[in-house]
Ligand binder design. Structure first.
Ligand code: SF4
Length: 218
């Protein structure tokens, strides 16, 4: 498998879709805080972390498979890749294990799509579908790698790559549902940042108004 020079971890794209600041704090500033959600995810991944490769009937199943994509400078590890028999050779079908249940945001789908893009480059065959397995519902949710998901995945990879090259961490933006579930909330302190941004804006408005008042007097 080709070695890449300082590739972007596929997991960074999942973080970047959730919040670009979170991705920068983890992958640029190297900060990490474990919370209940991340701990559950880590325990779940222990199930598939053992590398294995075996065939049953028409499906070869590989766990903990190393992936790379030169085009997007990505690298990572797939929980499970099934290689399914098809005319012309086996076709890859990635399966990623997740805690919880289906999310409203597309972070999990982007991570899976990034795996598919790696597999396409590595095998030379189109990968059109994969699945997310959620521990809470114990269901496989099929994911189709359509044009929109591919575009979101590639745009996220390029945007995060540019941020990393610049060594820049975006400012915090407070969004209750997202930030309350974020493992980095205590380090990030998005409410404090939101308050200081509000204070800054209010001071700027006061300054502009008093300048306007001075102009009027003149
Ligand atoms: S607390 Fe909110 S703004 Fe800060 S990293 Fe997490 S999701 Fe992003």
């Amino acid at each position: 498998m080709p070695e890449l020079d300082d590739p972007i971890p596929i997991s960074a794209l999942q973080h970047a879709v959730y919040c670009m600041r979170q991705a920068a704090l983890i992958h640029i500033e190297r900060l990490w805080e474990e919370n209940r959600f991340t701990a559950e995810g880590r325990v779940l991944h222990d199930v598939t972390d053992e590398p294995s490769d075996h065939r049953r009937h028409d499906v070869r199943r590989v766990t903990s498979m190393q992936l790379v994509c030169r085009r997007l400078n990505l690298a990572g590890v797939a929980d499970v890749v099934e290689f399914r028999s098809a005319p012309g050779g086996d076709v890859a079908f990635p399966v990623e294990y997740k805690r919880g249940k289906t999310k409203l945001h597309r972070a999990d789908e982007v991570q899976l799509c990034a795996q598919a893009l790696c597999l396409e480059e590595m095998t030379g065959r189109e990968v059109s579908e994969g699945a997310l397995f959620y521990a809470q519902t114990r269901r496989r949710v099929p994911v189709s790698f359509d044009a929109e998901l591919r575009r979101l995945t590639e745009d996220t990879a390029r945007e995060f790559g540019a941020l990393r090259a610049a060594g820049r961490t975006p400012a915090a933006t407070w969004r209750a549902a997202r930030c309350n579930a974020c493992s980095l909330i205590d380090l990030c302190r998005p409410k404090a940042a939101a308050k200081s941004a509000l204070r800054f804006r209010s001071r700027a408005i006061d300054t502009a108004l008093s300048a306007g008042a001075a102009d009027d007097e003149w």
